[in-house]
Ligand binder design. Structure first.
Ligand SMILES: C[S@@+](CC[C@H](N)C(=O)[O-])C[C@H]1O[C@@H](n2cnc3c(N)ncnc32)[C@H](O)[C@@H]1O
Length: 271
């Protein structure tokens, strides 16, 4: 592993001259695993769209609720978390193994810095297991093959695609990724997914500026209907595909929190 200043030509390269989504996301979540270029991009995004920090944090909280629901209520003990991001609060294995220590989790990302920090994602309980696969989501077959070292695909798996399909510009390709992954899952498996949406014009406009920065991998927000279509063929749990800030919060004394421009849901594969 090397950064731009390293003479070593081996291993994935950490490019500190352009921002990376994993590092900008980490910065917006309040993390420290980012570079100046990421902080500048994150600050510009948040200045253009002040709801950005709330969006990232509500999205992260949604992931925790999904994993908790799957572990506590659905008996899921295996997770495949693709587009994991840098280690942060409530990583999937921490939530799952906190409830069921025997849970097995495979993380997948294609960012070199996530690979560097992957050891923080591999702090499994002795009863369970964690693995990290450095791979591109556009290659589901390779991901499934490598994840099979740790997960038993003849049994249910909780597949997590959180904030990653927006980084696949072409919606047909994004849908194909979801279909190829869910096809490989056993009945009783689940898909948990969220992504940024076009529901707030200020967010769409801020992203369009962000996407024009040199080297940016564009993030494409989608309509809630497009997000819902990723779940085609699966049985969506209540309340369906909604803003992540309002998904399954339980009883609230003061009503639902504000909507954020990120929608998500959780669905069961039955057949
Ligand atoms: C917006 S972050 C979301 C992180 C985490 N899932 C969360 O919601 O907190 C998107 C993550 O997807 C990863 N990613 C982007 N494109 C990818 C690809 N083609 N294959 C694998 N990972 C990818 C990025 O490196 C980054 O860590």
């Amino acid at each position: 592993m090397r950064d731009d200043s390293s003479p070593d030509q081996s291993g994935p390269r950490i490019n500190t001259s352009v921002h990376h989504s994993a590092r900008v996301w980490n910065y917006l979540l309040g993390g420290k695993d980012n570079y100046e270029v990421d902080r500048v991009a994150g600050d510009r995004l948040a200045a253009a769209f002040p709801g950005m920090v709330a969006l990232t944090r509500n999205s992260r909280a949604f992931i925790g609720r999904v994993v908790r629901h799957l572990t506590e209520e659905e008996g899921i003990r295996q997770f495949l978390d693709i587009g994991t991001g840098l280690p942060t609060v409530d990583n999937t294995h921490e939530v799952a193994q906190g409830i069921a220590p025997e849970s097995r989790v495979v993380y997948v990302d294609n960012d070199p810095l996530v690979l560097v920090h992957a050891t923080a994602l591999l702090t499994s309980t002795p009863q369970g297991a964690c693995d990290y696969v450095h791979a591109d989501a556009r290659d589901p077959e390779r991901i499934l093959q490598e994840a099979a070292r740790t997960l038993d695909f003849s049994r249910p798996v909780g597949l997590m695609l959180m904030g990653i399909l927006g980084l696949v510009e072409d919606d047909d390709e994004a849908r194909s990724i979801v279909a190829r992954l869910t096809d490989a899952l056993a009945p009783g498996s689940f898909l948990g997914l969220n992504d940024g949406t076009t529901t707030d014009p200020a967010y769409v406009s801020a992203l369009s500026t962000y996407n024009k920065r040199p080297g940016a991998i564009p993030y494409t927000p989608r309509d809630p209907e497009q997000i819902a279509r990723y779940f085609d063929g699966l049985d969506l749990l209540e309340p369906g595909v909604v803003t992540v800030s309002q998904w399954r919060l339980g009883a609230l004394p003061f009503g639902l929190p504000d909507e954020v421009a990120c929608y998500g849901g959780l669905a069961r594969k039955t057949g």
